[in-house]
Write a protein that binds this ligand. Structure first.
Ligand code: NAD
Length: 271
């Protein structure tokens, strides 16, 4: 057996700086949940990649500087907000080239504590909001269009926050069905599943949650919003032109090992 002597990996150097900055030039991308966190980082990244980026969120203003991004208040669960956005885009004569459904809420209640109302509230945003995004915006898309839903490692596992986990599994089904429906029109639908990413959402989690996540992550660290953004940018671009119905974990390997990392770690310690 080879001892690599490597306990964990450091974040990579600025790989993003090496990537093509014009891969989304001339595209119009709508992204939800973009006032902060992964959505805000995504909006900035897509704008830097050349897209006209419309960042939407239920918050009336973004929490960060959003230079180069158009910001719009939109509740993903509100049909009338989507209708207004579509009407404005049609008035301007715009097609939509990309959609990113990143708006999401979590609820860290376990099986014995979770209530039906919690499930409904989390579903309404994570699943219902994504459905409305696809229903309203896909008619404005042409062949070559791309939709990316932000799932979660919770959607690939039996993660303990039941309502959240169930919603992210449902999101996978929604995206798969949409990829079948929209494929003949040349519109792709994919899901990106982040692991533990440093955002305001995860900042609210207990310290034990972070430590347990890192312990189960082969790369031995948490991820950054930029590391999610680069994969989404790829999926929105023509570089991913034959990729649809796919699911890509961006999780440092968290969901890849089926729970055997703790076994491997335990046996690698001197006894
Ligand atoms: P976040 O809480 O920092 O940001 C979520 C954004 O969604 C907020 O700006 C919020 O205002 C917005 N939002 C909530 N309800 C909305 C609504 N009804 N309409 C419009 N916007 C609404 O969270 P984040 O960590 O950036 O998560 C973004 C996405 O990534 C979510 O779908 C989340 O489930 C997923 N995710 C995050 C992580 C992580 O570690 N951060 C891991 C897995 C998946």
């Amino acid at each position: 057996m080879v001892d690599t002597g490597v306990a964990s990996t450091d974040p990579p150097p600025q790989v993003h700086a090496r990537q093509a900055r014009s891969r989304l030039a001339g595209r119009l991308v709508v992204i939800t949940g973009a006032a902060r966190g992964i959505g805000a980082a995504l909006a900035k990244r897509l704008a830097a990649d050349g897209a006209r980026t419309i960042a939407c969120d239920i918050a009336s203003s973004p929490e960060h500087d959003m230079d180069g991004v158009e910001y719009r208040r939109l509740d993903v669960t509100a049909d009338e907000d989507w209708r207004r956005l579509v009407a404005d885009l049609r008035d301007q004569g715009n097609d939509v080239d990309g959609v990113v459904a990143s708006a999401g809420v979590t609820w860290r209640a376990r099986l014995g504590e979770v209530e039906g109302a919690d499930l409904a509230r989390v579903y309404a945003v994570n699943v219902g909001g994504t459905l409305l995004a696809i229903q309203h915006l896909s008619p404005l898309m042409q062949a070559g269009g791309s939709i990316v839903a932000i799932g979660s490692a919770a959607g690939l596992t039996g993660h303990y926050p039941l309502a959240y986990t169930a919603s992210k599994w449902a999101l996978r089904g929604l995206a798969k069905a949409a990829s079948l429906e929209l494929g003949p029109a040349g519109i792709r639908v994919n899901v990106v599943h982040p692991g533990f990413i440093e955002t305001e959402m995860t900042a609210s989690a207990p310290a034990a949650f972070r430590a347990a996540n890192v312990a189960e992550t082969p790369l031995g660290r948490t991820g950054s919003t930029e590391e999610v953004s680069s994969v989404v940018s790829f999926l929105l671009s023509d570089e991913a032109s034959f990729v649809t119905g796919a699911e890509i974990p961006v999780d440092g390997g968290l969901t890849s090992h089926g729970g055997v990392k703790s076994i491997s770690d335990a046996l690698s310690r001197p006894t």
